[in-house]
Design a protein around this ligand. Structure first.
Ligand code: MEV
Length: 314
């Protein structure tokens, strides 16, 4: 049997903008998807036992099948002739926005590599998972699969000419608590990404100005993180949320959770990932503040994940 894992992620700065070549910042979280792959007769079968993933799994079924076909093609394996079972599990919940699709693609690619003795490098796993991500995001930037493969806190800039992306490891003084709140709405990342591209095409002046602001924000955030100026990081997250509202990827449930987290003392809060549902992230340094914000969100009937950014071992 082959085994693999892929990290979940939270985008701190730049979702959607990164698709178009703007810089972004992403952190792996201490939850991962695990996969097991075993040669077996009867074609490809999938047993998905990811936490809280029922609605998520059902919504994404067709995209999951397409993603595996894309993955096999990229590995040079004929999908019609392939015959193995896949099991998916691990601690990463199936909330939209946490990179669950990329985490599962990375985990499956690693497990296939082990089961079939392919000995693939992390770089190849990342490339293969990128191909798989196209099934879920249409025109993905590559930020999710990069975080799922390498983990850590990363600076990311897509190479729009198709060459290697810029990926830099960032380090911060010490890990910082965050709260991730899920709207419970399964979002369609592909539709969200297409929507932004469409509006950008129709309204280039407005969008170009917003994209410039997003680039400046990413650089300011990198500095604030490196200076460990968490108040500043929080303010910049709030600004980023405003930009995401302007490109129309937020929704009333996300705005509600963002406002709630801020009212409870979060240093900053924003949607994270594709938007249109999915998750938000709040910067809540210290266990006490983290707990306060998490409980307030739970009290309103939403699920949360208490985790940290900047953890070295991830
Ligand atoms: C999704 O987690 C992030 C998006 O920016 C899409 C992408 O970068 O591929 C919305």
């Amino acid at each position: 049997m082959g085994r693999g894992y892929g990290f979940g992620k939270v985008i701190l700065f730049g979702e959607h903008f990164v698709v178009h070549g703007v810089s972004g910042i992403v952190s792996a979280i201490d939850s991962a998807t695990e996969a097991e792959v075993k040669k077996a007769p009867g074609g490809i079968t999938i047993k998905d036992e990811r936490r809280g993933s029922k609605g998520y799994t059902e919504e994404k079924k067709a995209q999951q099948i397409e993603s595996i076909e894309r993955m096999l093609k990229s590995m040079g394996i004929e999908s019609k002739a392939a015959s193995f079972s896949i099991w998916l599990g691990g601690s990463l919940p199936g909330f939209s926005g946490l990179g669950a699709s990329a985490a599962s693609s990375v985990a499956i690619a690693r497990a296939i590599s082990e089961e079939f003795g392919l000995g693939l490098s992390d770089e190849r796993i990342n490339e293969i998972a990128y191909e798989a991500e196209k099934a879920y995001a249409g025109n993905p930037s590559g930020i999710d699969n990069t975080a799922a493969t390498y983990g850590g806190l990363l600076w990311f800039k897509r190479n729009m000419a198709g060459g290697p992306n810029i990926i830099e490891r960032l380090s911060i003084e010490k890990p910082v608590e965050i709260v991730i709140g899920s709207t419970g709405i399964v979002a369609n990342t592909k539709a969200m990404v297409e929507g932004v591209a469409e509006r950008k095409r129709k309204n280039p002046q407005k969008y170009d100005a917003l994209f410039k602001q997003a680039e400046a924000l990413a650089f300011a955030a990198k500095k604030a993180l490196q200076d460990f100026d968490l108040k500043k990081v929080g303010e910049l997250m709030n600004e980023n949320h405003l930009l995401l509202q302007k490109i129309e990827v937020s929704c009333k449930e996300l705005d509600f959770l963002v406002d709630l987290a801020r009212a409870q003392g979060a240093f900053g809060a924003k949607l994270t990932g594709g938007g249109g549902g999915g998750c938000m992230v709040a910067l809540t340094p210290g266990r006490e503040l983290q707990e306060k914000v998490a409980r307030a969100i739970e009290k309103e009937g939403f699920e949360v994940l208490r985790t940290k950014i900047g953890v070295k071992r991830l």
